[in-house]
Design a protein around this ligand. Structure first.
Ligand SMILES: Cc1cc2nc3c(=O)[nH]c(=O)nc-3n(C[C@H](O)[C@H](O)[C@H](O)COP(=O)(O)O)c2cc1C
Length: 197
């Protein structure tokens, strides 16, 4: 049986993909900008919570994708799992967990993910605004040791996506397998069906 034929198999794949480990593992996150243009970029998938159907990504509140996901909260993230040769397209409803977010669960996730960031990654969230001069940026950034001791910077946020649709394509021979799952909020269950590739 192809792994994409069950939601349990797909959850195993997402668990394997989170956190992203290195080259070839980075998912793409698509958004729509203010002019209606589709924009994509690589991100690091930080985690997956199967019962909540949640995935999350760390970013800077000033990144364009944050404004784009605030305006258009539904957006797709695409994962490629090289060994089973599977593409997963996760359509999600996105929330931003930032300093002023009231939801305690989101705030806890933001905090836990901050603790897992490397000291070097923490430094980058203190990037000063208003300069493009690398020497000035370096002079104003804290050292990794200083960054460890500082509180979570306001620039640090999490993009938290709740998965509502999964399009799973497995490139097997002689036939490819494609399954599409829709979240059925009334029955609290996934409804899946095979589709033509
Ligand atoms: C391998 C790789 C991983 C990346 N991971 C992230 C990430 O987890 N979060 C992030 O904000 N940007 C990440 N970036 C940078 C983004 O691709 C993008 O350039 C940046 O976030 C600005 O995007 P935006 O202006 O559309 O918001 C990564 C880039 C690369 C090449």
């Amino acid at each position: 049986m192809a792994i994409v034929e069950t939601i349990a198999g797909i959850y195993r794949l997402i668990n394997k993909a989170a956190p992203s480990r290195g080259p070839g593992d980075y998912p793409q996150l698509a958004t729509v900008d203010a002019a209606g243009v589709a924009r994509t970029r690589l991100v690091i998938l930080r985690g997956f919570d199967a019962p909540q159907r949640r995935v999350w990504v760390c970013t800077n509140v000033f990144a364009k994708k944050v404004a784009q996901l605030t305006d258009h909260t539904t957006a797709e993230m695409t994962l490629w799992l090289a060994r089973p040769r599977v593409q997963l397209r996760l359509l999600c409803t996105w929330q931003i967990a930032r300093a002023e977010t009231a939801d305690p669960a989101l705030q806890r996730l933001r905090d836990e993910e901050w603790q897992r960031q490397s000291p070097y990654a923490k430094v980058l969230y203190h990037w000063p605004a208003g300069t493009q001069d690398p020497a000035e940026v370096l002079a104003r950034l804290p050292s990794p040791q200083q960054a460890e001791a500082l509180p979570m910077p306001v620039g640090y946020c999490l993009l938290v996506g709740t998965i509502t649709r999964i399009d799973a394509l497995q490139l097997t021979r002689p036939l490819h397998h494609r399954w599409v799952y829709e979240w059925d909020a009334v029955n609290n269950a996934w409804q899946g069906a095979r589709r033509l590739p």
